[in-house]
Design a protein around this ligand. Structure first.
Ligand SMILES: [Zn+2]
Ligand SMILES: [Zn+2]
Length: 286
């Protein structure tokens, strides 16, 4: 599998001089399993992914939503290949039930919040709502959603492709003192865990004069490492960076992470991880 990061921020896009190296776009990750394309979420990162996909028309891809908070859907109306006849997209959601993923995206692109309806898309779409434990099988991959802990719900996904496996677990709040059973099960012996590392301990617990972010639905790098260690995960990616964290700050969190889990890297726009390679690529901060 090859994993490419197009949007690595949580909450809202962050574009300024201090965040430009890590990148300011919200959540969007592309995974290639042989010739099959899997996309996680359509944060603003999907706009640049869309531009890149325009070079390989016609596009057939599977877009899996972890959930439908703004930072994971903001880019949806702006993905260029959606407008091109001949392209095909399978859209998967399920955390918004009883509203279907199609209904939610339809509401996103409707008056008075958006000028055009999704009926203007030229590509063919099919919509599917999943439940935790369902399995979606492609030619080369098997993908399994599981419930994470997040306001309004969120899916973590595991992809198995040949003998490789990765877990995408963004937007998850850990429970203090115990590991999330669902996530641990997803992570068993996975090659790669991409994890919600939005807050430092000081931010999450409200230390050092901070206010606490408990109950906001996010986690810390240290809690992610606990899961990675317990699940015998080989590589760890810090993801869903807080928009207030500038490049230098994320560099410091990554350095701290490497001390306790050396095989780790902070996600940045343009990061590409090939699971055929034994080592992670070079960090932005090395
Ligand atoms: Zn988010
Ligand atoms: Zn969220």
């Amino acid at each position: 599998m090859i994993v490419r990061f197009w949007g690595v921020r949580g909450s809202f896009p962050s574009g300024n001089e201090e965040t430009v190296r890590v990148g300011g776009n919200t959540t969007c990750v592309e995974v290639r399993c042989g010739d099959e394309i899997i996309i996680f979420d359509s944060g603003t990162g999907i706009i640049n992914l869309g531009k890149s996909l325009m070079k390989e028309l016609p596009v057939k891809a599977n877009l899996f939503f972890t959930h439908v908070h703004w930072d994971h859907i903001q880019g949806f109306p702006f993905c260029a290949p959606f407008y091109v006849p001949g392209n095909e997209f399978n859209i998967y959601g399920g955390t918004s039930l009883p509203k279907t993923i199609e209904e939610v995206l339809d509401e996103q692109m409707s008056s008075p919040c958006f000028p055009i309806r999704k009926e203007v898309f030229g590509a063919k779409f099919s919509y599917h709502d999943l439940r935790a434990g369902d399995v979606v099988e492609g030619k080369n991959f098997k993908i399994t959603p599981s419930n994470l802990y997040h306001p309004d719900g969120s899916f973590g996904y595991r992809i198995d492709c040949g003998d490789q496996s990765l877990v995408f677990a963004t937007d998850n709040e850990h429970s203090e003192g115990k590991l999330c059973k669902n996530l641990l099960k997803l992570c068993e012996d996975a090659d790669l865990l991409i994890y919600d590392s939005q807050y430092t301990d000081a931010e999450y617990y409200g230390l050092e004069g901070q206010f606490s972010r408990k109950g906001w639905g996010h986690s810390t790098m240290k809690e992610g490492v606990k899961i990675a260690e317990a699940g015998n995960v080989k590589k760890f990616v810090l993801f869903h960076h807080d928009p207030a964290h500038d490049d230098a700050f994320i560099g410091r969190i990554e350095a701290e992470c490497k001390k306790i889990f050396p095989n780790s890297i902070a996600a940045f726009e343009g990061l590409e991880i090939n699971l055929d390679d034994s080592a992670l690529p070079k960090s932005l901060f090395a």
